[in-house]
Design a protein around this ligand. Sequence first.
Ligand code: PLP
Length: 421
Amino acid sequence: MTESDSRVPSPSYLAANNLYLDTAATEAADPDVVKAMVPYMLQEFGNPASVHTQGKLAAATLHQAREEVARHLGARTANVIFTSGGTESDNLAIKGIAMGMAARERNMSVSNDSESSPAAQARNEIVISAVEHPAVKESAYWLERNCGFRVLTVPVDAVGRVSLTALKTMVNHRTVLVSVMLANNEVGTIQAIRQISDIAHSCGAVMHTDAVQAAGLIPIDMAALGVDALSISGHKFGTPKGIGVLLLRSSLPYEALISGGGQERGVRSGTQNVAAAVAMAVGLRKSCRHMVSQSRDLANSARALADAVKQSVPNVQLTGDWENRLPGHVSMVFSDVSAEALLVELDVRGISCSSGSACAVGHMEASQTLIAMGFDRVSSKNSLRLTFRHPLTPAQIKWIVEILQASLSALTPKRHHITHE
Ligand code: PLP
């Protein structure tokens, strides 16, 4: 399970006249990660459940990968469940934990019969933040529609931070699960997860965090965060797409959503993808190796880019929390330019980036995250997100600002740019 020592080609998003600034959506697989996977598809291809030598080799590799993933995430080896990505990890966490807790309470009330505690029976509320990714939000609402749970949404402030005061009033003996993301995909805000976990646990609720955007950029330590479950996705830090991990505290009540042979502690049945587990271990190893200096450089690039945009572009407002923020993440809204049109203009000029809003059949929808942060509907449709996992040079920052100015001029010819001599 070693990395290849061959030279890594320079990422395509640093090519001249073309910048890929959408790493929060995905990025290229790391050649070292891909090379590390290959032997486990071609030579050591065994099924970890088989008793023969090939099976035992696969099981040993899987175990090694699990140990390494746990080590990089401050978790125990037994906590690591390999999945197909962030969406699956979030679904398994929200639905499986809520249903597991409900089943445990049903069993407790049956065994205690009439003496069962009313408080225990009443745990059917799921608290999520107003800025969760759809993988969490839709999983919670699915439980509300289909399984009798109730979803409560905790508000955020103008920079996207969860209100701890509001959270304290919402979490109580009826709360089964609290899910708040570690870092926001649209505006980069990092949440106070340790404090949120403490609030959840003070009422006996389970705490999950979606750490998909944070993984590979900031240290993740399951124990220090105090969470019971945590989701990550490999394609945000160099694995191919379709590879994820759910960290799940072993003693949690859990109702399996995928039934079968009982692999992955029965949480996620199905023959394990050993090569994908290796990719996850190597991807985390590589991104953790230089994380401190890399993150500092990314944060400096983001600050420099944000300052340059603010100085040179009128009618723009930076979004998110600039104190507690994902490195390599710059987000903004425009009061007078459609994000949909702006993305096309930027793309034509060589910048690939995205908006926080979802594009539904040809038209941009307002970002629920920005609305929750207090932006009006128009601004919430006009957001721009520039994300990168390699520091930008001063020349690249200058070029991005020039392209942004040219794109805005093409859309609003009467706009006056701020010029600096
Ligand atoms: N959660 C967050 C915060 C995300 O940003 C994403 C994807 O962008 C996901 C979950 C879903 O991850 P995946 O693409 O691996 O399904």
